[in-house]
Design a protein around this ligand. Structure first.
Ligand SMILES: [Zn+2]
Length: 225
């Protein structure tokens, strides 16, 4: 498993150390040691492009409520069926978008000017980079195996599912983007084995929101938390 290096500002080094980060003298970098969950280190982890500007909100995706989606996939490594999780967002969800850079005005990306946009569709969240503490708390009552890990393919750390039998990494791409993938049902029948857990709390997080012309959500089993 690739080690997760952290970019910790000097002023925050004691905090990182307290949380369990180790210092690599040769590479002059803090890192997450084996056997320690990377979750607490999100703010110092390599992030997907598009984040890290000044003056922006901490979370770019928000919703008044949300669903934790439970599905099943076959592990590529041990070939056993394993439970996998992701988030579904209701039509009311909003995304923070940056104002277009415009030479005629004072807008620039550095200013962090932007606005909340509602697209009015239900969304599936993938490549999740960060989640608010209350969302993490809810998620943990369903699984401990959907947690930050390094993806070679994405070249970054994101919340990734892990096989419940052999702990192999189960990346988001295939499950979200390939028709028939664990989170990409193509028929009511395929959707009927998936479970939506309704969480009646605010969602705040960072990740990619995707949608399908037909998401078959109405055929999934709905459970109230
Ligand atoms: Zn496995």
């Amino acid at each position: 498993m690739a080690r997760i290096d952290l970019s910790v500002p000097f002023a925050e080094k004691d905090q990182a150390k307290l949380l369990g980060a180790r210092w690599d003298v040769k590479a002059k970098t803090w890192y997450v040691p084996d056997g320690v969950s990377a979750e607490a280190f999100a703010r110092w982890m390599p992030q997907l492009a598009g984040f890290g500007l000044e003056h922006e909100p901490e979370f770019h995706v928000r919703a008044p409520y949300y669903f934790i989606l439970q599905s099943v996939t076959e592990c590529w490594k041990c070939f056993c069926p394993t439970r996998v999780f992701s988030f579904k967002l209701p039509e009311e969800h909003e995304q923070f978008e940056f104002a277009e850079e415009d030479e005629d005005t004072d807008f620039s990306l550095d200013s962090g000017l932007g606005y909340w946009v509602s697209h009015g569709f239900r969304g599936g969240l993938s490549n999740v980079v960060t989640l608010s503490p209350s969302v993490i708390k809810q998620l943990r009552s369903y699984t401990t195996r959907y947690e930050p890990d390094y993806s070679q393919k994405a070249g970054a750390v994101y919340y990734m599912n892990h096989c419940q039998h052999c702990s192999a990494k189960l990346g988001d791409f295939y499950m979200h983007s390939e028709p028939g993938g664990a989170f990409f049902p193509t028929s009511p029948n395929a959707a009927s084995v998936m479970t939506l857990h309704l969480i009646n709390e605010r969602f705040d997080g960072n990740g990619g929101v995707g949608w399908a012309s037909e998401d078959f959500m109405d055929f999934m089993q709905l459970k109230n938390a």
